[in-house]
Design a protein around this ligand. Structure first.
Ligand SMILES: [Ca+2]
Length: 306
C-alpha cells in the first residue's frame, strides 16, 4: 500500500474536531518543529537542527518495530532505543522539535501507529537533561493518527503539545459525531504538564471554540447533536461562559439519541452487570453535568439563579 493510501484510510477515522484542528490558521506561523522525516520500515533517516544531529534507524520486530537513535548534541554523543509492541508497520514521522526551553538541546519525537478501525497513535518524546542523559517519555495512546499537534501557542519559542480530551469520544455520540475539547500540555524535564486551564491553554481553547462555532454556522444541525453540544458546553464552561451555554444546550439537545450513559434500573447492579432490559439511559443533561464535574470543566455559575 502506498503512503497516501494508508494515510487516507487512517485519516477517515479522525473525529471532526481533529479536522478542525488541522485548519487552525495560526499553526503554520507557530510551528516549533525544526526538522521532520518520514521513517519507513527497515530504513533510516538523518535529522539535523539547532546543534542536534542524529540517525534514526528502524527495525521490524515480531510484534512491532524498534527505533535506534544515535547522534550528537552540544553535550556530546548519545544513543538510545525504544521498542513499540503491538503496532502496525506504517511509516511514521521522526521530528526535531523545541518543546522544553530549559535544556540546551531541542527535543525528539517519534511515533508509531497501532492500525485498526480508528486507533491509535503512540507518540514518544525524548529530551536531554543537564547531564546530557536522554530521557524517553512515552505519551499515552491517542485516538486518531494526526495527533499530537505541536504548536507554539504563546510564542515563547517552545512548542505546546496539543491533543484532545478523549473521554468525550463515544460518550454522547457516535465516534464520527463526537467532538472533544483540546488538551494542552508542555514537556518539562521529561514530564508532561497539563496547562489546558492556564492562560496559554485558554487562548487555544478560545480558538477551538471559535472554530467549532464557525462549523455550526455552516452546519446548523450540529446544534442538535449531543456530541457537539457536550464539547461546546465544556469549552464554554472552562472559559467562564457555562451558564448561557447550559441554557442553550437544554433547549436544543437531542432527546432521541441512543448514545449516552446508561445505568441499571436495579440500583444494586453496575451498568456492566445489568441485564439489557433493565438498562436505562441517563438523560443527557444529567450525564453531561456528571462528566463535566468529573473532568473538571464544570462552571459553578451554571446552576446559580439569575
Ligand atoms: Ca529544549
Amino acid at each position: 500500500m502506498n503512503s497516501s493510501v494508508w494515510h487516507l484510510i487512517r485519516g477517515l477515522s479522525i473525529a471532526i474536531t481533529i479536522l478542525l484542528l488541522a485548519d487552525h490558521p495560526e499553526a503554520a506561523n507557530n510551528d516549533p518543529v525544526l526538522a521532520r522525516e518520514e521513517l519507513s520500515p527497515d530504513s533510516s533517516v538523518t535529522l539535523t537542527a539547532k546543534g542536534l544531529s542524529f540517525k534514526a534507524k528502524r527495525k521490524e520486530t515480531k510484534d512491532g518495530w524498534s527505533i535506534s537513535i544515535s547522534g550528537k548534541s552540544t553535550n556530546g554523543p548519545f544513543a538510545f532505543s525504544h521498542r513499540f509492541r503491538g503496532v502496525a508497520d506504517y511509516p511514521d514521522d521522526v521530528v526535531i522539535v523545541e518543546l522544553d526551553p530549559k535544556n540546551s538541546s531541542p527535543e525528539i519525537m517519534f511515533r508509531a501507529y497501532t492500525g485498526g478501525a480508528h486507533c491509535c497513535s503512540l507518540p514518544v518524546f525524548a529530551s536531554e537533561d543537564e547531564a546530557g542523559i536522554w530521557k524517553i517519555s512515552p505519551y499515552p495512546m491517542i485516538d486518531g493518527d494526526l495527533l499530537p499537534f505541536l504548536e507554539d501557542i504563546d510564542g515563547d519559542g517552545a512548542g505546546e503539545i496539543i491533543t484532545i480530551d478523549q473521554t468525550f469520544l463515544y460518550a454522547f455520540d457516535s465516534y464520527a459525531g463526537s467532538y472533544s475539547p483540546m488538551r494542552v500540555e508542555q514537556l518539562r524535564n521529561g514530564r508532561f504538564k497539563d496547562i489546558t486551564r492556564s492562560k496559554t491553554g485558554r487562548t487555544r481553547l478560545k480558538a477551538q471554540l471559535d472554530e467549532m462555532e464557525v462549523d455550526a454556522d455552516n452546519n446548523p444541525d450540529l446544534w442538535r447533536s449531543n456530541g457537539y453540544l457536550s464539547a461546546w458546553v465544556a469549552l464554554k464552561s472552562l472559559l467562564g461562559e457555562g451558564k448561557s451555554a447550559w441554557k442553550k444546550m437544554l433547549l436544543l439537545y437531542d432527546r432521541n439519541s441512543d448514545f449516552g450513559t446508561y445505568e441499571c434500573a436495579d440500583k444494586t447492579l453496575k451498568a456492566f452487570d445489568c441485564p439489557s432490559e433493565k438498562l436505562v439511559m441517563i438523560p443527557f443533561p444529567d450525564a453531561l453535568e456528571a462528566h463535566l464535574k468529573t473532568m473538571r470543566y464544570w462552571d459553578k455559575g451554571i446552576k446559580k439563579p439569575d
